[in-house]
Design a protein around this ligand. Structure first.
Ligand code: FES
Ligand SMILES: [Fe+2]
Length: 379
C-alpha cells in the first residue's frame, strides 16, 4: 500500500471519530469547495496501462493529469517512461519507434535512452559532439499485469512503494481485469467508488440493497469505510455469495480510499483494487482488478481463468460500470453547465473523500511552493 512520504505527510488532517460509532449518521454536509477543479498529488504511483498493451519494441502514449508520457519497452523487456515531447522540436515521442534500448523520434530520428538522454542523431557526423538534449524521464514499473508511472518528484520515488495486491500471486483467486473510461473529473469517479448508497441504480441487475454505513475512519492517507450490504438473486448466487437465488445474505464491505486508489474487500469472498488515473479536468480512467474466491483448487481456477474472467467482466462488471458511467457523466455535465451551483450531500464518506482530494492537492502545491522558494533563495 502507498505510505506517507515527506511531501504527503502534511496532508494528514481532519481525523473523523477514531473509535467509530456502531453506525454513522447521515446528515447534511457542506460539499468541499474546489473539489471539481482540484488537481492531483503526483507523488504516488499511477496505473497507466495494462502490461499486455505494450509488447517489447512498442511505444504507447499515456497521460497522467495533463502530463503526456511516452512509454516504451526496451530490448530487455523493461518499461521506460519519457516526457512525450522531443527535446528537438517537441514532436510527441510516442509517435516514434524503438531501436534497441532507445526510443527514436519519428521526425529526425534522434534517439533517447531510458534516462531521456540523447544518444544518437542519424545525420550527425561521427566527429561532432551530440548536443545536450534531454527529455524528462519518469520511474516506471511493471507489476500485477499493470504498467505504473511515478509522475511526481523523482527524488521521492524510493519512499513510495507500489500498492500491494497480495491476491495477485495467489492462484486460488480468480482475477478479473476491468478497464474504465469516464468523461468526468476524477473526484466524481472517486465518489462513485466510495458511494455504496447507489444500489438503487443497479436494482434491475440485482446488485446490493439495504446499505448501512457502519464505520468511517480517516487514517491520514486513507479513508476507510465499513458498510453493511445485503445481496439476493442470481448475481449473488453466481458469485458464490449465496447458495440459492432467493436466499438473502448480509455482509460487510470495507472500502478504502488509499490515495490515489481504491481497495475494497467483501469478507474474504472478493476484493477489488481500483487504480484511478486522473487524465484531465473532464477525463479519467481506471484499471481495476476484481478477485473472486471460487473455493476451487488453484490449478482449476487458473485453468478456467481466461473464459471465466471474460464472462464476469462482460456479463457483470461492464453492465454495472456502464450504468455508473451514465450517472457520472451526467453529473459532470451538470457541473459544467453551472460550476457555482452547490449540491447537497448526506454521506460523510463522500465528504471525507472530497477532503482527501483537496488536501492532497494542497499538500502537493505547498511542497512545490516550498521547493521553488528554496531554489530561488539558493540562486
Ligand atoms: S523533432 Fe524529434 S528528432 Fe526532430
Ligand atoms: Fe455502481
Amino acid at each position: 500500500m502507498v505510505t506517507s512520504t515527506p511531501s504527503n505527510q502534511a496532508a494528514n488532517a481532519s481525523p473523523l471519530d477514531p473509535s467509530g460509532p456502531s453506525t454513522v449518521s447521515l446528515e447534511q454536509h457542506e460539499v468541499q469547495k474546489g473539489v471539481r477543479q482540484a488537481g492531483i498529488n503526483p507523488n504516488f504511483w499511477y496505473a497507466v496501462a495494462w502490461s499486455n498493451q505494450l509488447a517489447a519494441g512498442q511505444v504507447l502514449g499515456v497521460e497522467v493529469w495533463q502530463q503526456k508520457i511516452a512509454l516504451y519497452r526496451d530490448r530487455s523487456g523493461a518499461v521506460q517512461a519519457l516526457e512525450d515531447a522531443c527535446p528537438h522540436r517537441g514532436v510527441e515521442l510516442s509517435r516514434g519507434k524503438v531501436i534497441g534500448d532507445h526510443l527514436a523520434c519519428r521526425y529526425h530520428g534522434w534517439e533517447f535512452d531510458g534516462t531521456g538522454q540523447c544518444r544518437q542523431i542519424p545525420y550527425l557526423p561521427p566527429s561532432q559532439k551530440l548536443p545536450c538534449a534531454h527529455a524528462q524521464s519518469y520511474r516506471a514499473a511493471d507489476r500485477y499485469g499493470i504498467i505504473w508511472v511515478f509522475p511526481g518528484d523523482q527524488s521521492l520515488v524510493e519512499q513510495v512503494p507500489l500498492p500491494g495486491i497480495p491476491e495477485f500471486d495467489d492462484p486460488q483467486w480468480l482475477a478479473v481485469p476491468v478497464t474504465g473510461y469516464f468523461r468526468a473529473h476524477f473526484s466524481v469517479c472517486n465518489e462513485n467508488s466510495m458511494d455504496v448508497f447507489h444500489g438503487f441504480l443497479h436494482e434491475e441487475l440485482q446488485g446490493w440493497f439495504d446499505p448501512v454505513l457502519l464505520k468511517l475512519k480517516d487514517e491520514g492517507n486513507a479513508i476507510v469505510a465499513d458498510y453493511q450490504v445485503s445481496y439476493q438473486g442470481q448475481m449473488a448466487k453466481f458469485l458464490g455469495f449465496t447458495e440459492s437465488a432467493d436466499e438473502v445474505t448480509t455482509k460487510t464491505v470495507t472500502v478504502q480510499y488509499r490515495y490515489p486508489h481504491f481497495f475494497s474487500q467483501l469478507e474474504g469472498v472478493s476484493s477489488l483494487y481500483l487504480m484511478r488515473l486522473p487524465v484531465g479536468l473532464r477525463e479519467s480512467r481506471s484499471f481495476a482488478i476484481f478477485f473472486l474466491r471460487l473455493g476451487l483448487p488453484g490449478w482449476l481456477v487458473q485453468a478456467v481463468r481466461p473464459w471465466a474472467a471474460k464472462l464476469i467482466e462482460q456479463k457483470i462488471f461492464m453492465r454495472f460500470l456502464n450504468q455508473d458511467i451514465e450517472m457520472m457523466e451526467s453529473e459532470q455535465r451538470a457541473i459544467d453547465r453551472d460550476p457555482q451551483r452547490r449540491y447537497v450531500e448526506i454521506n460523510p464518506a463522500i465528504i471525507a473523500v472530497q477532503r482527501m482530494i483537496v488536501r492532497q492537492y494542497r499538500c502537493f502545491l505547498d511542497g512545490q511552493a516550498k521547493s521553488e522558494k528554496y531554489s530561488s533563495e539558493k540562486s
